[in-house]
Design a protein. Structure first.
Length: 126
């Protein structure tokens, strides 16, 4: 199986030894995105704004792979405060329609750069 690197300048550049996404066959494994503004590489302020920025970053990488949020089959959400989960659901409703992807929400002690939310995803392209 061939694999290829997916990248988008509309999402933050990788800040470590990883790719924004890897396509293997018709499956795209997207690395975790934190709420960095791709233009400034600075963290956006406020939980809702951070959540929106993460979805926008994921959207840019999905589009670079030739897909969209409709192609996401699995979404992992990492939160430093699980009390924000209702807000994540509200914001997610702006980006996804049924059938929704499988999903996990995980409480973590800390995220890179002091982010409050991080998400990664798996897409399957038709």
């Amino acid at each position: 199986m061939s694999k290829s690197v997916i990248s988008s300048d509309k999402a933050p550049a990788a800040i470590g030894t990883y790719s924004q996404a890897i396509k293997a066959g018709n499956t795209v494994y997207m690395s975790g995105q934190i709420p960095l503004d791709p233009a400034t590489m600075e963290l956006v302020e406020g939980f809702e704004a951070q959540t929106v920025q993460v979805f926008e970053n994921l959207k840019a990488v999905a589009e670079a792979a030739g897909g969209s949020f409709k192609d996401i089959v699995k979404l992992n959400i990492f939160l430093t405060d699980l009390s924000h989960f209702a807000k994540v659901n509200e914001v997610m409703g702006r980006y996804f329609e049924q059938p929704y992807p499988a999903r996990a929400a995980i409480g973590v002690a800390a995220l890179p750069r002091g982010a409050q939310v991080e998400m990664d995803a798996i897409l399957v392209l038709e």
